[in-house]
Design a binder for this molecule. Structure first.
Ligand code: ADP
Ligand code: MG
Length: 258
């Protein structure tokens, strides 16, 4: 297993009350698998992802990435991370932002893809000399994606990376990301609170309960991508996810977020 989690729990100490964010999560993800983790806001999704990225030390249980502890895996640059905020350096060009990741993390044992090629993969070849603040939110997130790809990590932890974008940009980026995933075949854990996005992307969707987050259901999706969202099977899966999340069935086509 490339990602493995045993009875993981996390309590944030706090005044006046501690917050139990995650409880007793067990999780196994195979190499090359695309897993979505879905649950309501505040249920502990980001906490789980931050633990896997080595950014938060869990108060219970343990996790391994490629057999390493999350902190070791992060130090070995085995983890690619993408979140809502692209966090680009505004004084560096697009190309220089992507190149920086490779300059400050020289990986002798790995063949790294040149920045120009990475920018081509995310459709930004014509903007490599632009500065981030001159770009739209969607384009900035493409730069952040190229930077995530820059170190060739085999495990991608994605925390609602497209949630701040408008729906159309989000759909386009999601489709392009699937193409990149098909080419590179990393292992992905994709956090979202968007039911349709999870159904579009994942081989398997894990459903989290409200806080403290526990995994309450798992839905496998064995449909070819890009998925036909009008097919009876896709609609059935969206309905099943809505049911697990306790979202009322409205007949509105399943476009609402939970
Ligand atoms: P999600 O990503 O599902 O929205 P989070 O993992 O961000 O949920 O948060 C889960 C719970 O933990 C929330 O109640 C949140 O307020 C709390 N929380 C998150 N980070 C911290 C922190 N650093 N200190 C204290 N509480 C936190
Ligand atoms: Mg979150």
């Amino acid at each position: 297993m490339q990602v493995s989690v045993q009875t993981l729990g996390h309590v944030y100490p706090g005044q006046p009350q501690a917050v139990e964010a995650v409880r007793a999560v067990d999780l196994e993800i195979e190499a090359g698998e695309f897993v979505a983790l879905i649950g309501p806001s505040g249920c502990g999704k980001s906490t789980l992802l931050r633990i896997l990225a080595g950014l938060v030390t869990p108060t219970q249980g343990s996790a391994q990435i490629n057999g390493y502890s999350p902190v070791q895996a992060a130090a070995e640059k085995q983890i690619g991370w993408l979140a809502q905020n692209p966090a680009l350096l505004p004084w560096r060009t697009v190309r220089a932002n992507v190149a920086l990741a490779q300059q400050i993390n020289p990986q002798n044992s790995r063949t790294l893809t040149p920045p120009a090629e990475l920018l081509q993969m995310v459709g930004l070849s014509d903007f490599s000399d632009a500065y981030p603040l001159a770009l739209s939110g969607g384009m900035q997130q493409r730069v952040a994606l190229a930077r995530t790809l820059a170190l060739g990590a085999k495990v991608w932890l994605m925390d609602e990376p497209f949630a701040a974008l408008d729906e159309l940009t989000r759909e386009i980026l999601t489709r392009e990301l699937l193409e990149i995933w098909r080419t590179l075949r990393p292992t992905v854990l994709w956090v979202t609170h968007h039911i349709l996005e999870a159904a579009r992307l994942a081989d398997r969707v894990l459903v989290m309960t409200p806080r403290p987050g526990q995994i309450s259901a798992e839905v496998a999706i064995d449909l070819p991508r890009p998925r036909d969202e009008t097919s009876p099977e896709f609609i059935r899966i969206v309905g099943e996810l809505r049911g697990h999340l306790g979202v009322p069935v409205s007949g509105g086509g399943g476009h609402e977020k939970c």
